[in-house]
Design a protein around this ligand. Structure first.
Ligand code: ATP
Ligand code: MG
Length: 230
């Protein structure tokens, strides 16, 4: 389980008081299998997600991932928590999906041929066999999003954190990615503006100005978010 204990994230600011608070004393346990964070632009969703795999560490307080403090045990946390960015191109660093998935498998599979075979199998499992060796720039948005997801899944994390996984996609690819996420055995924690996607979670957390302002079943939390923005 992931737990946030009194987490504040603050960054230097040019205007008084000299700091800007992005998250303000957030304490929550993230135990449910499917959790969605919703909230206005700039409310702090991505900041909260980045804390979960140690991409950033709290200014105050701490984040524990299955007992590992993200500040002290970053390597263990990165293995446990996979992270996908909204734009898959900020994540796919190598020329083709095959290269990228092979890179994910490097520490686990030492033999080069075996590693390539496993990478192909991972891509095939998600319908990407035909584009395995295509340039990532020649993939459709949906294929790219899936390729980024597969390269994270190949590390075999126990939790998957996705920042707006459907934002850049058309309806067909949005539905495809939503279904892939729904079918995963992993715990999945997402931030999204796609309220239909959020509604499929067990728990929805509403963030506003760096604080949790509603937290519960999707219907209640989404209603609170609508009221907040009204
Ligand atoms: N490194 C940083 N330095 C300064 N300000 C930052 C930094 N990172 C984020 N912010 C600011 O913190 C606030 C929260 O940002 P965050 O990206 O967490 O919001 P968000 O809820 O994900 O928004 P969106 O829905 O637009 O993605 C924003 O005002 C943003 O400009
Ligand atoms: Mg964001």
């Amino acid at each position: 389980m992931i737990a946030l204990h009194g987490v504040t994230v603050a960054v230097p600011a040019l205007t008084p008081p000299g700091t800007k608070t992005l998250l303000d004393g957030v304490s929550i346990d993230l135990a449910e299998h499917r959790i969605a964070l919703i909230g206005a632009n700039g409310s702090g969703k991505s900041t909260l997600l980045r804390l979960l795999n140690g991409l950033i560490v709290p200014t105050q307080g701490r984040v524990d991932v299955e007992g590992h403090d993200t500040r002290r045990d970053a390597a263990a946390v990165r293995r446990l928590v996979g992270f996908t960015f909204t734009d898959p191109l900020s994540q796919l660093v190598l020329p083709t999906p095959l290269d990228d998935v092979e890179l994910s498998l490097r520490s686990r599979v030492r033999d080069r041929e075996a590693r390539q075979a496993q990478a192909r199998a991972w891509l095939a499992r998600y319908g990407l066999a035909d584009v395995a060796e295509r340039s990532i720039y020649d993939l459709s948005g949906g294929e790219r999003q899936l390729a980024a997801l597969v390269s994270v899944l190949a590390v075999q994390p126990s939790v998957l954190v996705c920042d707006e996984p459907t934002t850049l996609l058309d309806l067909r690819n949005r539905n495809l990615v939503a279904q892939v996420l729904a079918d995963l055995p992993h715990q999945v924690i997402i931030a999204t503006h796609d309220l239909e996607l959020a509604a499929q979670s067990e728990r929805v957390i509403v963030i506003d100005a760096g604080r949790v302002v509603a937290d519960g079943d999707p219907e209640t939390a989404i209603a609170a978010y609508r009221a907040l923005l009204a």
